[in-house]
Design a binder for this molecule. Structure first.
Ligand SMILES: Cc1cc2nc3c(=O)[nH]c(=O)nc-3n(C[C@H](O)[C@H](O)[C@H](O)COP(=O)(O)OP(=O)(O)OC[C@H]3O[C@@H](n4cnc5c(N)ncnc54)[C@H](O)[C@@H]3O)c2cc1C
Length: 803
């Protein structure tokens, strides 16, 4: 075994082997994979091998498309058959909701260039004559779907990597990972030690144990999973053509042809987490005892949908474990707070996803950033609230919901109240309907008391619509109160603080007492943050940003700090906030502070440390609602006191509580985007319009790329649109069309209550971004006329928030 390598990958399942292949293919030849047993000794060898592109996240779907399209090349490169059957596959809906869901998937696929189409039920029956189609109302066809041989695929990655110069060692279990002071690693096996610059945890079923070697607790959990294989079925024996693959959502089953019989798998209603305390070291090529009673009900349904199965003998019943993450998506990337430690864990559909995971991770390691936004897979989307127990609870929920629809307005019940603020009980008593983000409960909207605090999951407008309208009105006409504990606060202090921020931020770094908005760019000029920089003093700054992205931003700050005399701290939990917005906000505030909060005493974009009511606070004059607005941050133990004082002072001013939904509605009529939606690494400053905040007179990360785009002009641009609808709004990822051609997709939208219009934001070709351009948006399969609005429909000059 060699003693030195640039990268050591731990784990020779499909994921580790794909990473090896991609790193070597992209030029990092000095990469070694270590496998404790033979390759495919975890979950990879007993997978059902079904492949498909549909995923909740469009970029994951795109990467699934990439994975499937890679198989042919892989086979040619490696000389190893991957056993691919490109049969095509269908997704069957047996009720209107599932039909709507499929229409939405179809809409997403349009823009991703995935070739999905609806086929008639008659056609479905022709393509898969073994199915009783009587319970289906629609079927979506995807020509990319089919099946592969799991071991063949894994070996094909490994052999192709070897041909390109990569290396792997089997029977080489990693027993220690020890970090040196310079951030490099000693990877210890009984066969020898490799000193490596980077390590990658691709431990699959043992991801937790591999993590523990470096002190990392990962919230992933192996789950038991069943599928069965039948004996030969006469109708299949007689056929020349192979049957297509299928997924029946309502029935919670997937199926495909296997040999001359069929394979049928199911996600049972009650998940069985496997080895909660840890995966045994000696587990390898074993299977688990089938638990027939767990799946009997689902099998019965499967037999109803495919009657031929009822007469077929069962050849094999597989129960094998595979690993899930808390939201069902992989957890990949550099681990925040660690140096040169990468994960590719929780990949629950490895044969659909490992190609994409390998590609993104290799780009990230070599180029410093993946080609597309991988937020939905980024390990930094979780924080320390994602404990091992949380991982087990959420992974189980996810397993059970694998084929259960989650509506756009639905929040999932498990693993809730991980993080709450001092106001939680008070706001609950008032009727808050809660959502969670980064483990923190945040009020979405306020019902009339706790008994009224419920919402039906729907693709349409829910009962919350009218309550949100009421909240919007209060903000526009009186004063609204909202809790803003969910924003991230990053403290950057020290003699080089300004110098550091000048480099890392593309925008102007403000003077003491002032605030500026700034994009943060990657080296390739992609958006990596839309942040609010606040300056208390030249050596004391606070950066406000997305709460969900706090670990991602922390990782970015920490990885660029070398050589600067600064101290960084994520202070998101140290300050919880309250936002006041509306024409009466100043009057309210003036009643509880001795500060002069007039337009002269506290200008738009001022910040100061002061006292509000009786408590020490940081006061900012800002607005995300488009109204006169203030944000007040206090240490958590002061939040309740501040709240009570605000309530008392606002009694006669029309003070009304409002939630996140109202904030997201109000910003629509201001044409303002939001992080993770409009603003994310898929887009650049010029495309998003955030280039207006760039300070071109200084050097900053991403300047060269941003300048190039300034010279050539962006090819796509973010636009705001009104949509002619009566009772439905966009949510996310709907296709935007022009003259019948898909030209872009929706990044967010909803109903703008004050201007009473359905509105949306999305990216379209730059020549379609002009005010008034007529477009169409597809919602649940229907086309609705849309029109670009260049100027905000509410207060276009921004006077309300500035005076
Ligand atoms: C019953 C079943 C059906 C499935 N069906 C499908 C399907 O139809 N389609 C699909 O896409 N996916 C399917 N999957 C999921 C798929 O199998 C997994 O997503 C995939 O195998 C994950 O691969 P991995 O490389 O992350 O993990 P693993 O396959 O578990 O690989 C991890 C590897 O790391 C090695 N390792 C662990 N610790 C160490 C150490 N300390 N040192 C060195 N090596 C170590 C292990 O020996 C193992 O080989 C199915 C899974 C099951 C169980």
């Amino acid at each position: 075994m060699e003693s030195q390598a640039r990268v050591v990958i731990i784990g020779g399942g499909v994921v580790g082997c794909s990473i090896l292949f991609h790193l070597v293919k992209m030029g990092w030849k000095d990469t070694v994979l270590l496998e404790r047993n033979e390759l495919t000794s975890g979950s990879s060898w007993h997978a059902a091998g079904q492949i498909h592109t549909i995923s909740s996240d469009p970029n994951i779907s795109r990467l699934q498309g990439y994975t499937i399209n890679l198989y042919k090349e892989l086979e040619e490169l490696s000389g190893q058959s991957v056993g691919m059957h490109a049969t095509g596959g269908f997704y069957a809906a047996s009720n209107k909701d599932w039909y709507d869901y499929l229409k939405r998937e179809r809409s997403k696929a349009r823009y991703m260039g995935l070739d999905q189409e609806f086929i008639s039920i008659k056609e479905l029956a022709e393509r898969h004559p073994l199915i009783d189609t009587s319970s289906y109302v629609a079927a979506l066809w995807d020509p990319l779907d089919g099946d592969i041989d799991p071991s063949g695929v894994t070996y094909a990655y490994a052999k192709a990597a070897k041909k390109l110069g990569g290396r792997y060692h089997t029977h080489s279990q990693v027993i220690e990972t020890n970090q040196r002071k310079d951030g490099s690693w000693d990877v210890v096996t009984k066969e020898g030690t490799i000193h490596a610059e980077h390590i990658v945890n691709a431990g699959g079923l043992w991801a937790r144990e591999v993590g523990h070697l470096s002190g990392l607790n990962l919230p992933v959990q192996p789950m038991e999973h069943h599928y069965l294989i039948t004996e030969a079925i006469p109708q299949i024996v007689e056929r020349e053509e192979r049957l297509p693959a299928g997924i029946d959502y309502e029935g919670n089953i997937y199926f495909r042809q296997e040999g001359q019989g069929m394979l049928l798998g199911t996600y049972e209603p009650k998940a069985t987490p496997w080895m909660v305390g840890g995966t045994p070291n000696d587990f390898g090529h074993e299977l688990l005892e089938p638990q027939l009673d767990h799946i009997a009900e689902r099998l019965e349904l499967g037999f109803e949908r495919i009657p031929a199965l009822a007469d077929a003998g069962i050849k094999d019943m597989i129960n094998g474990p595979f690993t899930f993450g808390p939201d069902g998506n992989p957890m990949i990337g550099p681990v925040p707070g660690m140096r040169n430690y990468w994960t590719a864990v929780g990949v629950m559909a490895g044969f659909c996803q490992a190609g994409g995971v390998g590609k993104c991770l290799a780009e990230w390691m070599i180029d410093g950033e993946p080609e597309i936004d991988v937020w939905a897979m980024d390990i930094a989307r979780f924080g320390d609230y994602a404990s091992p127990d949380y991982g087990t609870i959420k992974s189980s929920e996810n397993y059970e919901r694998r084929f259960v629809m989650t509506f756009p307005n639905e929040t999932l019940p498990k693993g809730r109240r991980m993080r709450t603020t001092a106001l939680y009980d008070r706001l609950t008593a008032l009727g808050a309907v809660w959502g969670d983000g980064f483990g923190l409960e945040t009020a979405l909207w306020f019902a009339d008391g706790p008994d009224d605090a419920h919402e039906e999951p729907t693709f349409g407008r829910s009962r919350a619509h009218n309550y949100v309208a009421r909240e919007c009105q209060a903000v526009r006409e009186a004063v609204g109160f909202t809790e803003i504990a969910n924003f991230a606060k990053h403290s950057i202090k020290g003699p080089d603080a300004r110098k550091f921020l000048d480099t890392i931020m593309a925008g102007r770094v403000p003077q003491p007492g002032r605030i500026n908005l700034s994009p943060m760019l990657t080296h390739k000029g992609k958006l990596y943050g839309d942040l609010t920089i606040a300056c208390f003093a030249d050596d004391d700054f606070m950066i406000f940003g997305s709460g969900a992205a706090q670990e991602m931003h922390r990782r970015w700050f920490e990885s660029h700090m070398d050589g600067y005399d600064i101290q960084y701290a994520n202070e998101s939990r140290r300050y919880h906030g309250i936002g006041l917005s509306g024409p009466n906000a100043r009057e309210l505030l003036s009643r509880i502070t001795r500060d002069d909060v007039s337009n002269e005493g506290l200008k738009f974009r001022d910040i100061r440390r002061t006292f509000i009511g009786t408590v020490p606070a940081t006061l900012l004059r800002l607005s995300f609602s488009g109204e006169l607005g203030f944000e007040i941050y206090v240490e958590p133990e002061y939040q309740l006191k501040l709240y009570e004082e605000i309530l008392e002072a606002g009694k006669d001013l029309g003070l009304t509580h409002y939630g996140l939904r109202t904030l997201m509605s109000l910003r629509l009529e201001k044409n303002w985007g939001a992080w993770t939606l409009e603003f994310r690494p898929d887009f650049t400053a010029a495309q998003s319009g955030l280039d207006v905040f760039i300070n071109w007179d200084k050097d900053f990360i991403g300047k060269e790329a941003a300048q190039q785009e300034r010279d050539t002009g962006p090819t796509i641009k973010l636009v705001t649109m009104t949509i002619d609808t009566d009772d439905i709004d966009v949510t996310l990822d709907e296709a935007i069309l022009k003259d019948g051609e898909c030209v872009g997709y929706i990044t967010s939208g909803g109903y703008a209550h004050h201007v009473q219009k359905s509105m949306a934001l999305g990216y379209v070709p730059a020549n379609m971004a002009a005010d008034g351009t007529a477009l169409e948006v597809e919602i649940n399969g229907e086309m609705y006329p849309a029109r670009v609005v260049g100027e905000p429909l509410y207060d276009p000059d921004g006077e309300k928030m500035r005076t």
